[in-house]
Design a protein around this ligand. Structure first.
Ligand SMILES: C[S@@+](CC[C@H](N)C(=O)[O-])C[C@H]1O[C@@H](n2cnc3c(N)ncnc32)[C@H](O)[C@@H]1O
Length: 234
């Protein structure tokens, strides 16, 4: 019987091409197939750009589409279709990588792949290679302690505004990804939680368009970029 291949979920880090792990580089070099999430508008992938120096010339690069839709049936059909493409590669005995920015198990499309592969190919050999997250990169960029001593850290999404930030108890530090919309409500919630004063926003951390915004109120005067996160503390 032919040996089946292996899928690696690989985090390539937050954007600085030097913030990719040695293990990620080794695995990417060994890949016959490179999968990544493609934008619905074009096939450009920053994750592929970062990994490009390590992708074998003979490897096939296949962007997978993940429609941003609230229609669950449509979304699940897309995830299943994507998982089937990966399963086909594994059944041919190929080594495949699924590249994600930052870390693959932190707000990543690889999460959908993991869930769907369990249904499409329950015996698939899958290994996750962690990556440096955007908020670790941002803390490092600012020489700012993320959490220490007996403190706690909340990692949350700002996509729905400040609802997850209000009424926090015993959380001294917070990292908010997807802080590009609902910024007014996020700011209001941070003020209520007494965390606004020490808040800093970082956009495009470690990339060409990097920007550090020390006054979070300033974000309300413009639409923050998608690649924006906020670090805040009591
Ligand atoms: C879908 S999440 C992906 C998180 C990623 N898997 C990680 O480990 O950091 C996208 C959000 O991550 C944050 N993000 C990712 N890379 C970033 C960067 N280089 N600079 C600032 N924020 C970033 C932004 O808040 C963006 O809206």
């Amino acid at each position: 019987m032919e040996k089946t291949g292996k899928l690696y979920g690989v985090g390539v880090g937050p954007g600085d091409p030097e913030l990719i792990t040695v293990k990620a580089v080794r695995v990417i070099k060994s890949a016959d197939m490179v999968f990544t999430a493609a934008s619905t508008k074009n096939n450009y992938s920053l994750a592929v750009d970062i990994a490009a120096p390590y992708i074998a010339p003979s490897a096939t690069i296949e962007p997978l589409r993940f429609p941003m839709t609230k229609d669950e049936v449509q979304a699940e059909a897309a995830w299943t279709g994507n998982a089937r493409k990966i399963a086909q590669a594994l059944k041919k005995g190929l080594t495949a990588v699924f590249l994600t920015l930052g870390d693959p198990v932190t707000y990543s499309t690889f999460g959908y792949i993991l869930k769907t592969m369990k249904q499409v190919m329950p015996d698939a050999d899958i290994e996750t290679i962690p990556g440096i997250t955007s908020f670790h990169a941002a803390s490092a960029r600012l020489n700012r302690i993320l959490v220490e001593g007996e403190e706690s850290l909340l990692v949350t999404s700002g996509a729905f505004g400040g609802s997850r930030i209000r009424h926090l108890h015993q959380v001294e530090n917070i990292a908010i990804v997807k802080a590009y919309k609902n910024i007014k409500d996020i700011n209001a919630a941070l003020k209520e939680a007494g965390m606004h004063g020490k808040g800093v926003a970082v956009s495009h951390c470690g990339r060409e368009k990097e920007e550090i915004i020390g006054n979070l109120d300033e974000l309300e005067t413009r639409t923050p970029d998608y690649w924006t996160l906020i670090l805040a503390a009591k």
